[in-house]
Design a protein around this ligand. Structure first.
Ligand SMILES: *Cc1c(COP(=O)(O)O)cnc(C)c1O
Length: 367
């Protein structure tokens, strides 16, 4: 039995994997695989339409927003959004709260000026900055709601008169949001929505009207809206599996039910990190992410010992991002509470084992 705490691509529900496997052999009993049908068939149109409907229902997307499925991952959005909305001579406002927000800034700089309203980079991004001003003449304000590598999350949407663009790659569908607080939301699918290969964009139609000038077709949001995300071949299989996963989420009670489970999982793990004498949390307590929990061992030498110990108990994907070190445990939607319970037990067993060793060494010394 494996417990999959990987940061992405991440765990999917077993029932979704079973249905996806069946559809690879025979999709809906039509005698063809989902991998070999045209995206222009009524069968696939039903899939893409249902996936859009599920996104709308689950997130509560207002009617004046479009739901698009693109390719290239969230990383392509870093430049695409700037191509569409950061016009010549304009500047955009960015909050620098982590590794991915900095990557977004670097890509925007190819197209225009960037005003970094605040940064926590000099403190290894262990907290999310507050108390900054967003200039009113900015083309838009960009931030990342969950910093996947550092393990911080922003639950409040900054208030501003300029369009708000948010990278929600790693916390979309994990908690309730008010879509009308945003003008554009984007997310690579592989952290809470489905397998890699598809990127979700939810965009307010009035923002689309602000796109100016000539943009290469594959980077123009208007083209994808006009073609119902099928300007070229869409990522058919990724969209299909995302549909299955969103059906699963809806059937279990939607985001409110999922959010309370996610809170319970995160609370359990943070409690153990705070209690256990061998570990400490890396992110500021006020900004702790429910999706990615980062921590370290008090004694650096214990790090690889704990990794080995955890691996022997079936824990997968808990090693921290290389530049961050320590551990990162991801608690995405499909991860059951029982996996967190197993990890907590494993941390307790490691603590007991370690303190026994310490006691025996101390005994040797006193003898
Ligand atoms: C994973 C991630 C990205 C990068 O996503 P890709 O789909 O691999 O390009 C960007 N932003 C955040 C917040 C992420 O977690």
């Amino acid at each position: 039995m494996k417990h999959n705490f990987g940061a992405g691509p991440c765990i999917l529900p077993a029932s979704v994997l079973d249905q996806a496997a069946d559809a690879v052999r025979d999709f809906n009993g039509i005698g063809l695989s989902i991998l070999e049908i045209s995206h222009r068939t009524p069968e696939f149109e039903a899939v893409i339409n249902e996936t859009q409907d599920l996104v709308r229902t689950l997130l509560g997307v207002p009617a004046d927003y479009s739901v698009l499925f693109l390719q290239g991952g969230a990383s392509t959005q870093f430049s695409m959004l700037a191509m569409n909305f950061l016009h010549q001579g304009k500047k955009a406002a960015y909050l620098d709260s982590g590794f991915f927000s900095l990557k977004a800034i670097k890509e925007a700089l190819f197209y225009g000026a960037v005003d970094i309203v605040a940064s926590s980079k000099d403190k290894n991004y262990y907290y999310v900055p507050v108390g900054y001003q967003i200039p009113e003449d900015a083309a838009y304000f960009h931030y990342c709601s969950n910093n996947t590598i550092e393990g911080t999350e922003m639950f409040e949407v900054p208030v501003t008169s300029v369009p708000v663009i948010c990278d929600m790659s790693s916390d979309i569908f994990s908690r309730s949001i008010d879509v009308s607080d945003f003008d554009l939301i984007y997310a690579g699918a592989q952290k809470n929505m489905g397998p890699a290969g598809m990127t979700l964009v939810v965009i307010k139609n009035s923002l689309l009207e602000k796109v100016q000038g000539d943009i290469a077709s594959m980077s123009d949001y208007r083209i994808f809206k006009d073609h119902n995300s099928m300007f070229n071949t869409p990522p058919v299989f990724s969209i299909y599996v995302a549909m299955l996963n969103l059906r699963w989420l809806k059937e279990k009670g939607g985001i409110p039910k999922q959010e309370s489970e996610n809170i319970a999982k995160a609370d359990l793990l943070y409690q153990e990190i705070d209690r256990n004498s061998l570990f400490y949390g890396l992110s500021s307590t006020a900004d702790r992410s429910r999706m990615n929990v980062t921590f370290k061992t008090i004694d650096l030498e214990l790090e690889s010992a704990f990794l080995d110990f955890a691996a022997s108990k079936g824990m997968v994907g808990i090693k921290g991002y290389p530049s961050a070190g320590g551990f990162r445990v991801s608690l995405y939607n499909a991860l059951p509470l029982s996996s967190v319970e197993a990890l907590v037990k494993c941390m307790q067993a490691f603590e007991a084992k370690h303190s026994n060793q310490k006691v025996s060494i101390e005994n040797e010394v006193t003898v």
